[in-house]
Design a protein around this ligand. Structure first.
Ligand code: IPE
Ligand code: IPE
Ligand code: MG
Length: 255
């Protein structure tokens, strides 16, 4: 009975899911393998989750693939990750086109090795007319940098006389972010049990629901993804209001 009432109160799926794909290194270490093998298996999980998101008609999926801070890892690991990214883009282009998925990137992508940058730009261009789903890769991404860069862009516009500081509000500030047109993530999933944001989407995560699982990223699959989505669908998002106000809003929008 309790299960049944849960089903009836399930809310819609999130429009935007963002994932901190963590735990590749630990997955490999448990198998006495080099870390890069964990990243390689992580790329398999990426494919499965992208396919699942598309099947579920989730319009935006953001994947934290490489942070600005990850540049400080051993050179061998960074090179291995760049090779994997290159391979992923090479292999997945047909799949992205076939499934009508648009690929985008957020982060300081100019810092990527030239061949990776060029292939990324080419893939974004080739998929730019796809509207069914957007797959956003966070690459060389840092939330604080994104905010600082946005502040600089805004300051330049003011210095040029195109904008006035008094005009700035949350909505206009967004337009200076890496992808200001994308709605905030409704749900942020982090694998491997770590309870932190690690500089991910600091501005956009203000009211995101957080889901943390101890599953390591290479083991994360469609079943686990659906579990996270259903957990989200049982939650009440209040945005600072009271539960009663939210209920009233839901009933008036239904009638
Ligand atoms: C996440 O896995 C992938 C990247 C950060 C690129 P990690 O490599 O951080 O795995 P752990 O945290 O060491 O297990
Ligand atoms: C966050 O994972 C970055 C990515 C998943 C790409 P990290 O493994 O780099 O995060 P910390 O260092 O444990 O916070
Ligand atoms: Mg990690």
């Amino acid at each position: 009975m309790a299960e049944k009432s849960n089903i009836t109160t399930l809310k819609p799926l999130p429009r935007h899911v963002a994932i901190i794909m963590d735990g590749n290194g630990r997955w490999a270490r448990r198998r006495f393998m080099p870390r890069i093998m964990g990243h390689r298996q992580g790329a398999v999980a990426v494919k499965e989750i992208v396919t699942a998101a598309r099947e579920l008609n989730i319009p935006y999926l953001t994947l934290y693939a490489f942070s600005k801070e990850n540049w400080s890892r051993p050179a061998e690991e960074v090179e291995g990750l760049m090779d994997l990214l290159f391979e992923y883009l090479q292999k997945e282009i047909d799949e992205l086109l076939g499934k009508r998925i648009r690929l985008r990137a957020i982060g300081e992508i100019e810092a990527l090795p030239e061949r990776v940058y060029n292939l990324l730009m080419e893939t974004m261009e080739k998929t730019s007319k796809n509207y069914e789903m957007q797959l956003i890769l966070a690459l060389s991404y840092g939330g604080r940098s994104e905010i600082i860069e946005a502040a600089k862009k805004f300051a330049r516009r003011c210095m040029a006389g195109d904008m006035d500081p008094e005009e700035l509000d949350e909505s206009s500030f967004r337009s200076f972010l890496y992808a200001g047109d994308i709605p905030d993530p409704d749900l942020i999933i982090r694998t491997s049990g770590e309870k932190r944001l690690s500089n991910f989407l600091l501005f956009q995560a203000a009211y995101s629901e957080l889901y943390i699982t101890s599953t390591l990223w290479p083991d994360f699959n469609k079943k686990e993804f659906i579990k996270a989505l259903n957990d989200y669908r049982r939650r009440e998002r209040r945005f600072g209001m009271t539960s009663e106000q939210i209920l009233l809003r839901c009933t008036s929008s239904e009638s």
